[in-house]
Design a protein around this ligand. Structure first.
Ligand SMILES: Cc1ncc(COP(=O)(O)O)c(C=O)c1O
Length: 344
């Protein structure tokens, strides 16, 4: 009845975080200011849901395109950027999906659902990506698509611009530059957009994780092709209306992201001062750290009521690594004190 390879999979697990300081999922820790929250609720209360949503979303796409000086027909909207990853993997030529590892798990997971082979290039212990090796591997294994998370999740580093440019301008298949962490990073890659080069973004990390809204930026014809595998009405009415309203207040969210960046840098300094703890550089809203014993540290933090992501099981370069989402200053102080309490 169900494909054997699907039966063999486990469903995506989300840890139970009830009652805990939640630093495992790269969310913005700051709620909406009260006045904006009230205005938003009033708008929602006046929203009708007995009709299907706006299917084309031309105005919303126009508003989003304008943020990067692009046109509405260069924007494709997804129910989170996860859905866009799925659309891309459904629509692109047959052939493998090539990725550096470790990277964001959905590229591999969705490829498996769609029976698309996955080709991986392991990063070295400094998380360096060799563009020539990735191109060689992709060519040899006949890859159709390369996903590059910039910055990368879970390592937090940004590949050098030259690395991204070389891959984008040399590979003949589709290159997806995933900028999920754009609000916290030094640069974007929109200048690399080409018929075979797409940029992925999300509003999740900026503060709207619960709305589920992501977007792809690309060449108008490529976007039009991908749009053919978009489910009708994939963005619900409440999300669409919320996005219109909240985009008008984007400076407020940008300020929150700036505070997160400052907190991230403060956390890295404080973590570096703890014996036996090595934080890695980050351009995202999380910090990857290596500790003496990640399993023990994870359990200790959990017992202290703090949930982070344990990456130890993920394999060699992530041995004894934890991914710490940047929270509020109070949450980060609690986290750092708890880490100090368990450091050797
Ligand atoms: C690199 C990367 N891309 C995409 C996503 C998915 O974001 P969303 O589906 O919330 O838009 C994530 C989430 O953690 C991510 O780390």
């Amino acid at each position: 009845m169900i494909r054997k390879d699907i039966v063999a999979l486990s469903a995506y697990q989300v840890a139970d975080s009830r009652g805990m300081i939640k630093l495992d999922a790269m969310e913005n820790p700051y709620p909406m200011p009260k006045a904006l929250h009230e205005g938003w609720q009033q708008m929602l209360a006046a929203t009708e849901i007995h009709r299907y949503p706006d299917a084309d979303m031309a105005t919303l796409r126009q508003e989003i395109a304008a943020l990067d000086g692009l046109q509405a027909d260069q924007v494709l909207l997804g129910n989170g950027s996860d859905e866009l990853i799925q659309m891309i993997l459904m629509a692109c030529d047959s052939g493998a999906c090539a990725i550096p590892t470790p990277t964001f798990v959905m590229y591999q997971l969705v490829s498996r659902w769609l029976r698309r082979p996955v080709v991986t290039l392991a990063l070295d212990e400094n998380f360096t990506l060799d563009p020539q090796k990735l191109l060689e591997t992709s060519g040899r294994e006949k890859a159709a698509v390369i996903f590059l998370a910039c910055p990368n999740n879970p390592t937090g580093n940004m590949w050098p611009l030259e690395t991204v440019r070389t891959i984008a301008q040399t590979f003949k298949g589709l290159v997806v530059i995933d900028e999920a962490y754009r609000p916290f990073a030094d640069r974007t890659h929109t200048e690399l957009i080409a018929p075979n080069v797409l940029i992925l973004r999300t509003f999740s990390k900026m503060g709207w994780a619960g709305l589920r809204l992501g977007y792809a930026l690309g060449d108008a014809d490529t976007i039009a092709q991908l749009n053919k595998v978009r489910l009708p009405y994939n963005i619900n009415t409440l999300t669409q209306h919320s996005a219109h309203l909240l985009l008008r207040h984007r400076d407020l969210f940008a300020k929150q992201c700036q505070r997160i960046v400052e907190e991230r840098d403060r956390m890295i300094d404080r973590l570096a001062a703890i014996d036996g703890v090595t934080p890695f550089p980050s351009q995202a809203n999380f910090v990857l750290v290596r500790v003496a014993d990640a399993e023990r540290m994870f359990a200790h933090l959990k017992a202290e009521g703090i949930l982070v992501k344990n990456l130890h099981q993920a394999g060699t370069v992530l041995a004894n690594c934890l991914r710490l989402t940047v929270g509020t200053p109070e949450e980060n102080d609690a986290l750092i004190s708890a880490i100090e309490g368990d450091a050797p």
